[in-house]
Design a protein around this ligand. Structure first.
Ligand code: FNR
Length: 350
């Protein structure tokens, strides 16, 4: 029991192997989504990217009733929230282009997370303009200096990892991977698209096997995680066979259905997942707009809940102004969310 406990409280390189992970997703990777992913079989969950400076300007507040931890920005709005129940599995993803700022931000959040992951793949101008995200792929000195600084500053129980994209040439990708692995990271995720590829372009998974074998030959025991186009738990078996990757990370399929980590995902997203998600989001005081957004991304049957009026869950949600909306209460029934939360705690602890 003690061994299990210490394993859970302290991630090692081994925990990044044989895993199915929830990918970092701005907005879509909110706390209730991460808890649902864990409940339905995700082994580790990445939070949405948070920029180092945003963390440095935030204040940590703990809700004494629910235990919710909020990092509130200047206007008092949470820039991210977490809960101690997810800590053993929660990887905080950071956007940074500065080793000192990255270390300061990591020190601020380290009590609430198990690992710090550096975003080296976001192609959006707001990231790349300031040298963050995918811009780091063409500035390997800076990329590696951030990872080295984080590794040196963090205690051993906090893992340091990176998520990159492929470079256009395989040779350049291998050179970059070699440098990154030599910084002392615990694991590496490779989104199998290049910086200029769109999400609708098929991921170049065929390039991954050579990279996995290359990292294995380096002999540091580092896991390589495949990311790109995996549709769920069953598909992850195919992806691992195809690529040799140690683990698989899922983004959009989990945005559509956070129970996709299960071999038996919830099929009726509207009748089952949506009400449960709403109750949990209320309990965790999740931002209303963010809650609505996450639910709007779910894909499933759009069944009328009110046959007489032919209203669907989504119509009711769209019209609602907050968790206390009367039509919404009618839809989801009992309304504190504490039961949902307790059930998730039970499953995660088991
Ligand atoms: C993303 N992605 C992303 N990546 C990252 O490293 N940090 C982030 O914060 C985000 N945010 C984000 C938001 C949303 C809504 C989407 C859809 C994607 C990219 C994501 O983690 C992943 O690399 C790609 O989506 C490819 O995986 P899938 O979608 O093919 O499984």
């Amino acid at each position: 029991r003690a061994a299990k406990r210490s394993r859970i409280e302290h991630l090692t390189k081994e925990d990044f192997k044989n895993g199915l992970f929830l990918a970092p997703m701005v907005r879509s990777g909110a706390l209730p989504t991460r808890l649902f992913a864990l409940k339905h079989g995700a082994s580790l969950v990445w939070g949405p990217e948070i920029v180092d400076k945003a963390v440095l300007h935030s204040e940590r507040v703990v809700d004494p009733v629910t235990g919710l931890v909020s990092y509130n920005g200047k206007q008092g709005r949470a820039i991210f929230t977490t809960h101690p129940i997810e800590k053993p599995y929660y990887i905080f993803q950071m956007g940074s282009a500065d080793p000192d700022l990255a270390v300061q931000a990591a020190r601020m959040v380290q009590q609430d997370v198990s690992g710090i992951d550096l975003n080296c793949g976001c192609p959006k101008p707001f990231s790349t303009h300031s040298g963050m995200g995918a811009a780091l792929l063409t500035n390997p000195d800076l990329l590696c200096s951030i990872l080295t600084a984080l590794r040196a500053a963090m205690p051993p129980e906090i893992t340091v990892t990176a998520k990159i994209r492929l470079l256009p040439s395989q040779e350049d990708t291998l050179k970059l991977v070699e440098r990154i692995v030599n910084t002392g990271i615990s694991a590496l995720t490779i989104h199998c698209r290049t910086r200029n590829m769109r999400d609708r372009d098929a991921a170049l998974v065929g390039r991954l096997r050579e990279i996995v074998e290359f990292v294995e030959k380096m002999g540091k025991g580092i896991a390589v995680t495949e990311n790109g186009d995996c549709t769920g738990a069953e598909d992850a078996i195919r992806v691992r066979e195809l690529t040799g990757a140690h683990s698989v990370m899922i983004a959009r399929a989990a945005e559509s259905n956070p129970s996709c980590f299960s071999m038996n995902p919830l099929v009726d997203v509207e009748q089952t997942l949506t009400p449960a998600y709403l109750r949990l989001a209320k309990y965790l005081d999740n931002n209303w707009g963010l809650t609505k957004f996450c639910i709007s991304q779910f894909k499933g049957r759009h069944v009328a809940f009110d046959k007489a009026q032919q209203k669907t869950y989504h119509q009711v949600l769209n019209a609602a102004k907050g968790f206390d909306d009367a039509a919404l209460s009618e839809m989801v029934g009992e309304w504190t969310g504490e039961e949902e939360f307790k059930e998730i705690v039970k499953v995660i602890e088991a």
